[in-house]
Design a protein around this ligand. Structure first.
Ligand SMILES: [Zn+2]
Length: 549
C-alpha cells in the first residue's frame, strides 16, 4: 500500500513524497508506474471512455481492489485511503474543458484525498502544469515518447514538428546529441521540477495562468475550475508567503480574491464610524507605508472609516490592509480598468455598501477606481460625495477632503476587531486590548497578559489560550482522549469546524488537553483522510492547567 506524505499543498496540487514497497520518490513526478504497481499490467477492461454513460460504465467497468484502482467519473466509490487511483484516458479530456472540470470535481469529491492520482499517457511539458494543478501526482513517459516517435519537439509552450532546432532552442543533452526522445523526456522532467518548486513556494497558480496563454482549452479549464468556487475554495490556503501576481483576467476570479470579498460582506465588522472615505490604492503595501497614504491619513485623522478601492480585491478596509492577500498582491498599473475589472470590483464594493451602511460615503478617487465606486454607489443606492476634483494627493483635493470631514467625530480604526471578524467570523470585545512590541514580534496584550501575536507575514492573529477565550466558538479541532505530544494526526481527530482552511489558526480541544496551532490541511481534507498531519501544534496545555509542551 503506498504511503503518501504531502508536505505542501497549493489548492488541489500537492507536493511531498510517496513510498511504495520501500521505495520513496518525490511527487508530483514521472515514475516507472508499471514497476511500482505490477498489478497494473494484469488489469483489463479499463479503457472505458470518460464520456461513457452510466449504463455502459455499469456493464463494462471491471471490479477492482486496492492498492491500484482505475476510476471513472461515474465509478469512483471503490477507491479508498492509500490507493493509487488511475484515471484512464485523461489525456482525452484536455480538449473538452467543460467535461474536464465536471469529471474532475466529481472524482475529487468522491475519492479520499490521501490517494495517489495517476494520469496515464497524459503528461507533456505543456500540459503537466495543469494536470498537477488539477490534483494529479503521478505520470509516465508514454505521451512524450509518442510525441518523439511522431517527430514532435516538446516544450512547455507546446509541441511542433522537429526541425533540428533543438541545439538553438534548448541545448539539453538530448538536443546536443540529436536525440529527440531524450530531449522530450528531459523537457517533461524539467517542467515537473519547476512545478514542484512552484508548489513549495505557493506560486503554482501564476505559472498555470502564464502557461495557459498559448492553449485556449487550458484557459477555458482554468476559468471553469474557478467557476467551481464552493469546491476549490475548500482546498485554497488561507494565506501564502508569496506575492499574489494579478496579471491576467483570470486573477480576478481566484478563490483567494473571491474569498476576501465574501468575508468582507459576510463576516467583517467595521469600526463604528458612520462616515466612509474611499481611497485609491498604492503600489507600496501595506498602503499605510506609502507617501500618498500618509497624506490621506494626515488629512482624515480618523474622522472616517478608510476603505481602499483596488484591483483585483475590490475593497480593502484600512483595518484589514495587512491581511493576506491585501498586502501581498501586485498588479500592472496603467490607470485603465477594463469593463470586466470594473464589473467585478464595483460588485464587491456594492455588496459591501449594501451590507454596511454609512451616513456619508466620500469618494476621494480618480480614474478607474472612481468609475468603479460610481457604479457601486448606483447599484447600492448610495449618494457619493466626490472630493478629488484633481489628483487625489494634490493640495486642492486634500483640502477639499479636509473641508468635507470638518466636524466629524473621531473613531479609531480597530485592526484587532476587524481582523478577528474576518479571520474567525467572531465579534470580539477588544476593550482594553493593546498592541505592544515592534515588528516582527508585535503582540496584543491586556495588561501583561498576551492574547494574540501578529503573524507579520500573513497579517493574521495567532491566539494564545487566553486569546481563544475571547473567541466564543468555531475553528476548534476536537480530539480523542489522549495527551498530544506534538502535531495532531488525522486519526486522532474526532471533528473539525468545516470553516477551517489550510493555514488557519485553530484550537485543539480534547478531554485531556488543549492545544493551539495551525491547520496543516482544510477541514474537508481532515474529514475525508485517514492519515497525515492535521494540525501543526504550537502549544499544549493539559486540561489540569499544566503546560504540557
Ligand atoms: Zn533539449
Amino acid at each position: 500500500m503506498p504511503r503518501i506524505d504531502i508536505r505542501f499543498r497549493d489548492s488541489l496540487a500537492r507536493a511531498g513524497t510517496a513510498e511504495v514497497d520501500g521505495r520513496t520518490f518525490p511527487i508530483p513526478a514521472v515514475a516507472d508506474v508499471e514497476q511500482l504497481f505490477p498489478a497494473l499490467a494484469e488489469l483489463s477492461g479499463t479503457n472505458v471512455p470518460l464520456a461513457a454513460d452510466a449504463e455502459f460504465v455499469a456493464s463494462y467497468f471491471p471490479p477492482m481492489t486496492s492498492p491500484c484502482v482505475v476510476i471513472h467519473p461515474l465509478a469512483c466509490g471503490h477507491a479508498t485511503h492509500g490507493d493509487c487511483v488511475v484515471v484512464a484516458n485523461w489525456h482525452t479530456s484536455v480538449s473538452r474543458p467543460a467535461d474536464y472540470v465536471r469529471w474532475l470535481t466529481a472524482m475529487k469529491a468522491a475519492v479520499p484525498p490521501d490517494t495517489l492520482w495517476y494520469a496515464p499517457a497524459s503528461a507533456l511539458p505543456s500540459t503537466v502544469n495543469l494536470l498537477v494543478f488539477a490534483g494529479f501526482d503521478l505520470f509516465d513517459t508514454i505521451a512524450v515518447d509518442l510525441a518523439s516517435s511522431q517527430g514532435h519537439f516538446c516544450t512547455p509552450e507546446g509541441q511542433e514538428p522537429d526541425t533540428g532546432s533543438g541545439p538553438e532552442l534548448c541545448g539539453c543533452e538530448g538536443c546536443r546529441t540529436g536525440d529527440l526522445h531524450l530531449h522530450n523526456r528531459l523537457a517533461l522532467d524539467r517542467e515537473l521540477a519547476l512545478v514542484r518548486h512552484r508548489i513549495r513556494t505557493g506560486r503554482l497558480r501564476e505559472l498555470v495562468e502564464a502557461r495557459s496563454r498559448l492553449h485556449p482549452a487550458q484557459v477555458a479549464i482554468l476559468r471553469l475550475l474557478d467557476g467551481e468556487y464552493p469546491f476549490t475554495e475548500l482546498y485554497t490556503p488561507i494565506a501564502r508567503s508569496a506575492t499574489l501576481l494579478a496579471t491576467t483576467g483570470e486573477a480576478l476570479r481566484r478563490p483567494e480574491i473571491r474569498r476576501f470579498g465574501d468575508r468582507l460582506a459576510e463576516r467583517y465588522l467595521p469600526p463604528r464610524s458612520d462616515v466612509a472615505v474611499l481611497l485609491p490604492c498604492s503600489a507600496r503595501k501595506p498602503y499605510a507605508s506609502s507617501k500618498s497614504h500618509q497624506k490621506f491619513r494626515g488629512t482624515i485623522r480618523d474622522r472616517a472609516h478608510e476603505l481602499i478601492v483596488t484591483s483585483p480585491l475590490g475593497l480593502v478596509p484600512r483595518d484589514l490592509e495587512r491581511v493576506y492577500p491585501a498586502a501581498h498582491y501586485d498588479v500592472p498599473v496603467t490607470g485603465y480598468w477594463d469593463r470586466e475589472e470594473l464589473a467585478v470590483i464595483s460588485s464587491v464594493i456594492a455588496r459591501y455598501l449594501n451590507r454596511h451602511s454609512y451616513r456619508r460615503v466620500i469618494a476621494h478617487l480618480e480614474g478607474g477606481a472612481l468609475a468603479a465606486a460610481r457604479m457601486a454607489a448606483a447599484e447600492a443606492g448610495v449618494t457619493l460625495e466626490e472630493t478629488a476634483r484633481s489628483h487625489p494627493i494634490s493640495p486642492d483635493a486634500l483640502s477639499d477632503l479636509e473641508a468635507a470631514l470638518e466636524g466629524e467625530r473621531v473613531v479609531r480604526p480597530d485592526f484587532i476587531r476587524g481582523t478577528l471578524s474576518w479571520q474567525f467570523g467572531a465579534d470580539v470585545d477588544t476593550r482594553g486590548l493593546q498592541v505592544r512590541g515592534k515588528p516582527p514580534s508585535r503582540r496584543v496584550v491586556r495588561g501583561r497578559v498576551p492574547f494574540f501575536t501578529l503573524d507579520e507575514g500573513t497579517g493574521l492573529l495567532r491566539p494564545t489560550f487566553d486569546g481563544w477565550n475571547l473567541i466564543p466558538g468555531g475553528y476548534r479541532v476536537e480530539i480523542d482522549d489522549f495527551l498530544p505530544r506534538g502535531d495532531i494526526m488525522v486519526p486522532g481527530v474526532l471533528a473539525a469546524d468545516p470553516r477551517i482552511r489550510e493555514g488557519d489558526e485553530v484550537l485543539v480541544t480534547g478531554p485531556r488537553a488543549l492545544a493551539t496551532g495551525r491547520a496543516a490541511m482544510g477541514a474537508e481534507e481532515i474529514r475525508r483522510s485517514a492519515r497525515g498531519v492535521a494540525v501543526r501544534v504550537r502549544r499544549i496545555m493539559a486540561q489540569d492547567g499544566e503546560p504540557a509542551g
